[in-house]
Ligand binder design. Sequence first.
Ligand code: PEP
Ligand code: MG
Length: 552
Amino acid sequence: MLTATGKSIVSGIAVGNIKIYRKPDRSISDALVEDREAELKRFEDAVETVIDQQNDLYDKAVEEAGEDNAAIFQVHAMMMEDDDLLDAVKDCIKEEGHSAEYAVRQSFEDVAHMFEEMENEYMRARSSDIRDLENATLDALMGIGPEGLQGTEPSILVADDLAPSETISLDKSLILGIVTKGGSTTSHTAILARTMNIPTVIQCQEIDDTWDGMTAVVDGYNSSIYVNPTADILKVMLERQEQDKKEEALLKDLKGKESVTVDGRKIKIYANIGGPEDVEAVLENDAEGVGLFRSEFVYLNTKGNPPSEEEQFNAYKEVLEALAPRKVVIRTCDIGADKQVGYMNLDQEANPAMGFRAIRICLTRKDFFKTQLRALLRASAYGNLAVMFPMIISVRELVSARELMDECRKELEQEGVPTGPVEVGIMVETPAAVLIADDLAEHCDFFSIGTNDLTQYTLAVDRQNDKLDPFLDTHHPAVLKEIKETVEAGHRHGIWVGICGELGADRELTDQFLRMGVDELSVNPKSVLKVRKVVRGLDLSLPEKVEEENFH
Ligand code: PEP
Ligand code: MG
């Protein structure tokens, strides 16, 4: 047996076989080929394969997402028949003697760059389509298939690191546990793992390719991985798994009960979700609403293009209808920083966390933002919707976002499209927002405190950098003071204040949050009943327990 350790971000026990997640290696040699005709034939076969794939995807998408959303695959198939593109590849093979892979990379990249240079936003976005097709053609030439990435059996996924876009596109039903070499506790990959409630250990340096296929246990309680476990360890771990199931069953007794302290103080416990696929977990764990729907995961889920108004409308409507009359707070697109999508064509930045992200993108690319606002307003007719804007640092930003929303509402009214009432709030996740909370409160209906970013910006600790973990004090008095001041400012102006960052689920702080007057905690679905249990055991008429002395 081999024991490896890391840092646990989701507790629980997973037992199964390891599947090493390998990113496709599309490195290409520039060596010349001997048989140019054979190379041309390989390219022509690959083109046919890609066209067939795109047509199959079109048929699947028509069934699952409707004709409009499927059209992109038809466009892709047509692009693969474009004579200029095909001739460029063939010339590179015939005249220069390059391999089909080399010729595809050169010619497709030329076209992608050409699109990137265009003025028109729609045409610029076509560069992502060309790159999708480039990868599909290279995969056909190199025999890379999607099944190689995840396997077909439920397994423990082991990877160097996972980008949020990779995590979101994984088939969750095939993942028992996750182990990564990199990763940080509040990265979005970690957040997704928590939402999916999959035992996860990150920062495990001992990961080794030879583990592929071996039996292993992920022990999320002790931040350990046992590869090839002994019979004794396996027995203990399976017993612990059994115990977990029993405890979960006990927590279920709290379903339908109020989140109220012994002395009668009520608090709302909502859930954080990433899309319609998480609705079941919200209901299963009896969350009173959704306090943070990270809509950008809808954007990470579409390849090649941002989700259309129709696609977004369907996703939001599905969640609102399924959860009505519960409140659903949808955060507008928070793309950028660690949540990158190719089709946005965002520049590489030296400091992406402090860069062109979230509301900054939305207020710059107004048409892009209006597509989302229209979809949200249309969906508001189907449930109890609240919308909030991320990364706000000024009243001007909030007012501009609201003006765009009003513009969209007027457009929809003129088109005769029904809309419902919508509460509008902001995420308080920058120290600037805390400091001007009184001014901001005059222009919105609620605050939701994003402690993940607020902690990162207050302590100047990059949440993506795992080396900084020793410097990350999640209970830092500066952050707790900011939370308290935000609640007080909100209440001075008669608006409700919640916490939707990971700190909201920290049960060591539940007592303090209630005493500060926090109105709502939005936590990962699996934590809802655990937090409710703590709330029901608290008595705020008794003196507060003081946290142990800490060196701050
Ligand atoms: C936060 O910053 O606390 C938050 C909830 O948003 P995200 O984690 O998605 O940045
Ligand atoms: Mg944030």
